[in-house]
Design a protein around this ligand. Structure first.
Ligand code: LMR
Length: 393
């Protein structure tokens, strides 16, 4: 049986973890997979998570199955964090999911049942796993322009023009904030123009929010979602708690469906429940229980926001650090776009060949597109990093 299978190349992002691990050079630098790192290069468990986990150990009385929807207290807290509008509760249902990827896969299952022939418009570029994940589920995808690689700015006109040709009932995948991989987001005026096209064409916004709190703060980063929710009859939102709660391996996320009214919401819910049952039956609980503990406790929430701000501030600071170091090492090149981006990522703007040389000759690891995770930059390695980049330019 298995002789019929062909070996596939390693995943473009996750494959870098093993490659970097196996590199014996002490000076190696990992700018690959999107995990946060401290000044010491560690990805520690957040303090607030440790406190919540301890409470959970002390208080949890059962590990019996949770329902297909997960924990209602977690879902309600995530819904409030995302939409911040109790007036929408009658039209909204939020489901605990195994990470942002699990949330996307559930959304795909439900959307395919609702409208199997809809096209999903995805930004060019988008997260490297969006296309395999949604396409693998059976969705038809089409790119819309997003990033002007020459000028390192958002191609808002190209984006609006392409979405203006979408058929009624098509789906538009959008990144709520900290666009992965470019780090460039529409401003508020541009979000409103995107919403205009979505309304005019009768499109369904499908918003992926994997970095809430990494651009400005949890409320500002949800602007697009809250704006759309006030204007459109239906919408799907996927959240991930991997980055903002540092719960990567615990697989915590939600998928929310906004329907036209309470009765439509309940019909959608019956479909979601059935899709979940056929994919993984019930969601994993530990990480979601931790997030629920945090978000349902004022003092823990305040502490979480402080730790989140610390991560956000460090990411912004190291962008500046690299930009300054590059000014010194490669004065002819312009890397100003590094500080115009937000969140974990941005493009360096070099070729795949230069990316390979950085890896082979200098032990600097990043995705072939030259997307870098700026969390891998520290005061200690920025000098070597800037010199290495200058050497391949
Ligand atoms: C990334 O883009 O590096 C992260 O979202 C991790 C992943 O699963 O790809």
């Amino acid at each position: 049986m298995f002789e019929t299978l062909e070996r596939l190349p390693a995943d473009a992002i996750l494959g870098l973890i093993a490659e970097h691990r196996e590199d014996p050079r002490e000076s190696k630098i990992d700018l690959g997979v999107g995990v946060y790192r401290t000044v010491k290069g560690a990805t520690p468990v957040l303090d607030v998570v440790k406190v919540a986990e301890q409470r959970l150990v002390d208080q949890q009385t059962s590990k019996a199955y949770i329902g297909t929807a997960g924990d209602p207290a977690f879902n309600a807290a995530m819904q409030a964090l995302t939409f911040a509008d109790p007036g929408l509760n009658d039209r909204l249902s939020t489901w605990q999911a195994p990470g942002g990827s699990g949330a996307l896969r559930v959304a795909a299952g439900v959307l395919l049942r609702a409208r199997p022939d809809a096209t999903v418009w995805v930004s060019d570029p988008t997260w490297a796993n969006h296309v395999p994940l949604l396409g693998g589920a059976g969705m038809s995808l089409k790119p819309y322009p997003y990033y002007d690689t020459h000028n390192h700015v958002l191609d808002i006109d190209g984006m609006l023009e392409a979405l203006g040709t979408a058929a009624s009932g098509d789906i538009v995948l959008l990144h709520a904030c900290c666009h992965n991989p470019s780090g460039l987001d529409p401003d508020r005026d541009e979000w409103q123009r995107i919403a205009d096209v979505i309304e005019e064409r009768g499109l369904l916004p499908f918003v992926d929010m994997a970095y809430q709190g990494f651009a400005e703060d949890v409320d500002a980063d949800a602007f697009a979602i809250r704006h759309f929710a006030g204007r459109v009859p239906e919408m799907v939102v996927c959240n991930s708690c991997s980055k903002n709660f540092g719960l990567y391996r615990d697989r915590v996320g939600t998928v929310s469906f906004l329907a036209a009214d309470a009765s439509a919401r309940d019909v959608v819910g019956s479909q979601v429940s059935n899709v979940v049952r056929t994919l993984y039956s019930v969601p994993p609980d530990h990480g979601a229980a931790v997030v629920s503990m945090i978000l349902n406790d004022e003092s823990l929430t305040a502490n979480w926001k402080l730790e989140l701000a610390e991560m956000r501030d460090r990411l912004q600071a190291v962008r500046g650090l690299l930009c300054e170091a590059l000014k010194a090492e490669a004065p002819a090149a312009d890397f100003g776009h590094l500080v115009r981006a937000s969140g974990m990522f941005c493009f360096l703007g070099i070729s795949p060949e230069q990316v390979t040389r950085l890896k082979q000759d200098h032990g600097v690891y990043m995705v072939d597109s030259s997307r870098i995770n700026v969390a891998g930059i520290t005061e200690a390695n920025v000098g070597h990093l800037a010199k290495s980049i200058a050497a391949v330019l």
